[in-house]
Design a protein around this ligand. Sequence first.
Ligand SMILES: [Zn+2]
Length: 88
Amino acid sequence: MSPIRIIIIAILVYIGYRLIVGGRRKKTASRPADRESGTLEQDDILEEDPVCKKLVPRQQAVQFEHNGTIHYFCSKKCCKIYRKNQGE
Ligand SMILES: [Zn+2]
């Protein structure tokens, strides 16, 4: 084996190693896109709108606290209706 071949093989092995290790790291931690989708999955809990019975993701829902419980609504309109109903 010529020394150049050994160097090339060493570089290829190094690159391969970096790809494997780097790929793993990206999946577990520092890739922003993955982190975003991770938090999205966590926060994307569906809540039932008590007015129209629609399921709304928590992040997008209109929140209203009533008697210590938070209610989630698909829109401000539903929230308004609910508050009106609670008042009556
Ligand atoms: Zn609604």
